[in-house]
Structure formats: structure tokens, C-alpha cells
Design a protein around this ligand. Sequence first.
Ligand code: FAD
Length: 310
Amino acid sequence: PYDVLVVGGGAAGASAAIYAARKGVRTGIVADRFGGQMLDTVGIENFISVKATEGAKLVANLEEHVRDYDVDIITDQLANDITEATEEGEMVTVELASGATLYSRSVIVATGARWRKMNVKGESAYLNHGVHFCHHCDGNFYTGKKVAVIGGGNSGIEAAIDLAAITEHVTVLEFADTLRADEVLQQRANDTANLTIIKMALTTEVIGDGKKMNGLRYEDRNSGEQHQLNVDGVFVQIGLQPNSEFLVDKIERNGRQEIITDKKGATSMTGVFAAGDVTDSPYKQIIIAMGSGSTAALTATDYLVRFPAS
Ligand code: FAD
């Protein structure tokens, strides 16, 4: 059994494990793949104190840092159920899809999230070569260039306004005939000279030269006409899905299925804490996930001190 079991091996999970292990408690990480979303990232230029790095490199550094401590790392395993401790200080149970069961006096859920994809031709082929999900992360690569944003919800319009400040032009493609973004954001978008919004647009393909994307194809859902938009990059903003399904209704989540935590990372389940993109934290970034991972670990170890094993 563990004192702290971290479910998830991304930025949040790795940070949580290091903070827990440094307290001298029995610590484990169980994850599908160590590194999480960072493995899908090429350039990272906003990990403060490191001017520029790449996802794979940052993951390697992170793994080296975790392995410097006495942390059990179990990979290629998916958690699919969790059971609350009978009382504070007692064991929380984590069931794995493989059939195994892990026991720990505290659990930190750091299972992250995944961006919803358009599932159109060319999207995967040009991922990180024109196709992006995070404008805070990759917007700067398109300074002075033309980009598109898919989705007219709050995140799409916010991204479009942000991107308009650094790019030559932004086109928003929205599937429906109205935008779901808040009125104030829509006003701002309308007042932005280099921002165009096209509604009733079904994106059908990402096109490019084999190395880098150079445009999008979309269908006008009113007329059925096909159009081509020449852009250097596209930011897909049609939703971020937290990996919280395995919790079913056992831990309180918000309407977006994000785990609700307090400022210290505590969840509604005794002995269970959460960190990173799977939570209701307002911004999803590596540095933020790491900060919340360390917060959750400090709260978990504090809990262990207050409720020692019986
Ligand atoms: P994740 O990285 O999603 O890790 C989740 C972990 O949980 C993984 O180990 C996964 O395998 C595991 N897991 C999931 N479900 C289960 C389960 N049921 N059982 C066991 N394990 C499970 N942020 C920046 O700050 N700068 C950037 O430049 C940047 N670029 C990005 C580019 C891309 C393409 C993407 C997708 C994201 C980018 N981000 C960037 C966002 C950043 O990667 C995330 O905010 C951060 O990595 C979240 O960390 P996390 O640990 O919360 O979750």
C-alpha cells in the first residue's frame, strides 16, 4: 500500500509525486503514459526559466527528476474505479482496467484532459505543423501570419481576440448559425478589424504541402458550397474533455466534467485530492498543472499527518 498514490503521470502528477516523495512517504504513480499531453507538444516557450524546449525533452527531464526519488512508476495502466476510505486515514482503493487493485491512504487524481478534435482529413497529419489546440502556447509562432480558429464559444472567441493582436488576420469558423460566446466577447470580436467570423461553416479538411498546412476547406451549410481558406495555422477550440469518466459520480464534478477542488486541491471524496487539467482550474498550462500538483501533494501529506494510519 502507498501513502500517496498519484493517478496520472503528466506535469501535475510528476510534480505531485516529487513533492510527496520529498516528505518521505511511500509514493507511487500509476499512469497510462508518463508525460501526458507534453508528449504531444513540440515547442514549449512558456515554461518559465527555460526559454525554449520541446515536449519530449521536458518529459525526459521530468522523468529523471521523479526517478531521483523513491517513487514507484507504473505505466500502461488505466484506472477505472475509485472507492472512498471507510474513514479518514484509511485506505482509498483504485481499481485498474487490468483487474489489479492499488491501495493508498491518499490519492491524487491528475489524469489531465484531451482536446476535442475535428476528426477531419489532414488534422492529425498536420498536428503541430499548423494544427494547434492551445493559443497561449503556440499563438506566437504565427506572429504576422494568417490563422483560423475553429469554434465560436467563449474559448474560441477569446483565442481569436488574443490571436488578432499578434497575427495579420484571424478567421473564426463556427458550425452553427449563432456564436455561443458571451455577448461582451462577441462585441470585442466585432470591433476587432482583423477578425472575421464565418457562421454555418463545416470544416471538412486541413490541407498543406505535405510538411506544413496552408489552408482549410469548409462547406457553407446554407448553400452546400465548398470554400477554401488560405491560412498558416488553425487553432481548434471545440472543447477540452477532462479524463474524469472513471470517477463516474463518485467525486463532485462541474458541468464540464472537471473535478471540483478547493484552493488546496481537496475533492469531495475523503483522502482524494486532484490537480492539473482534470480539475476546474481556469487555465490549462504546464506550469499551472505543476503548481497545482505540488499543492495537492502538500495537502495530501498534511492530511496523512492529521489522520495517521490506525
Ligand atoms: P496530462 O498532461 O493530460 O496528463 C495526464 C496523465 O494522466 C497522463 O499520464 C495520462 O496518461 C494519465 N491518465 C489519463 N487518464 C488516466 C486513467 N484513467 N488512469 C491512469 N492514467 C491516466 N502548456 C504549456 O504550458 N505550454 C505549451 O506550450 C503547451 N503546448 C501544448 C500543446 C499541445 C498540443 C497540447 C495538447 C497541450 C499543450 N499545453 C501547453 C497544455 C499542457 O500540456 C497541459 O496543460 C498540461 O500538460 C496538463 O498536465 P496534466 O498533468 O494536468 O495532464
